[in-house]
Design a protein around this ligand. Structure first.
Ligand code: BEZ
Ligand code: FE
Length: 305
């Protein structure tokens, strides 16, 4: 056949993938064609709209660099990242909930001693003490587990967003290794809510559609224990005004911590507190697994020997 009706066209394109050697690739491509064709038919997409979409995607690709992934950001604000996360973590069985990795994980972090102050270089912000523990699903402590943590500074920027990152190095970012009781603790500042990068096509879309670009305050954690599924998650600061409207849809109730404001003169490890400070307490529960999968797009989770 050389001329197709709308439905015959969809069928013909689906059929053109019939000989794809990988059954999974064949399935993914054929379903993609069906969904795309359905979208075009249903919306009656105009040439101008099609042109706009092509230009938008082109600019999204052009905005990507070694340290900036505008396509992942697009996936995040469309809720696709959280949906992929959801279908890959359907049965948590008591394990800590997962959420988006985000674009500011830069690979494995440098190990810091328990109690280290990882406050951002600009040193502004109210002090926070984070105490945490990693266990299995039965509450058995997991020792010697690397835990990467990272968060934004008091102005809402990650160290890796700074133009002089290569010179000044990491801040508000480190790796802690759990002790025999599965515990680790550190000092930092209370993070604040912050906007996702708005200087690209994704930000343009957010602004032009009258959405706000904010994420509620959080600390990122990547817990990677041998024999368990890697856990990629955040702990959100309870009370943040953006918890109900996170621009990337990443909040889950279980991940919201009650962060207490404290005035005691000493922090839990006995160190002096010069001013009122905040205490975050959170336990992570890991699910047995091979330590490798599932891992989200863009993240290299270290393989265990
Ligand atoms: C983040 O939390 O770092 C983040 C996640 C998704 C998009 C932008 C930022
Ligand atoms: Fe973040």
């Amino acid at each position: 056949m050389t001329q197709f009706s709308e439905s015959e066209l969809t069928e013909a394109v689906v059929k053109s993938f019939d000989n794809t050697p990988s059954p999974r690739a064949k399935f993914l491509l054929q379903e993609l064609v069906k969904s795309l064709h359905d979208y075009v038919s249903k919306t009656g997409l105009t040439f101008e709209e099609w042109d706009y979409a092509i230009d938008f995607l082109t600019r999204t690709g052009q905005k990507c660099t070694n340290t900036r992934q505008e396509f992942i950001l697009l996936s995040d604000v469309l809720g696709v990242s959280m949906l992929v996360d959801a279908v890959n973590h359907r049965d948590r069985g008591g394990a800590t909930e997962t959420t988006v990795l985000g674009p500011f994980y830069v690979g494995e972090h440098k190990v810091a001693a328990h109690g280290t102050d990882i406050s951002p270089h600009n040193l502004t912000g109210e002090k926070m003490f984070v105490q945490s523990r990693v266990t299995d699903l039965n509450g058995k402590p997991l020792a010697n587990v690397p835990v990467d943590v990272w968060h934004a500074d008091d102005d809402g920027f990650y160290d890796s967003q700074k133009p002089n990152y290569d010179e000044i190095g990491a801040s508000a970012r480190a790796r802690f290794i759990t002790d025999d009781d599965g515990r680790f603790f550190f000092r930092t500042i209370l993070p604040c809510s912050y906007p996702i990068p708005t200087d690209g096509p994704v930000g343009e879309m957010i602004m032009q559609t009258s959405r706000h670009p904010m994420r509620p305050a959080h600390v990122h954690f990547l817990v990677n224990a041998k024999g368990y599924e890697p856990l990629i998650t955040h702990v959100f600061i309870g009370g943040d005004k953006y918890l109900d409207s996170d621009v990337v849809f990443g909040v889950k109730d279980e991940l919201i911590a009650k962060v207490e404001k404290r005035t005691d003169p000493a922090m839990p490890d006995g160190g002096k507190a010069a001013a009122p400070w905040h205490l975050m307490t959170y336990e992570f529960h890991l699910k047995p697994g091979n330590g490798l999968a599932p891992k989200p797009l863009g993240v290299k989770v270290a393989e265990h020997a």
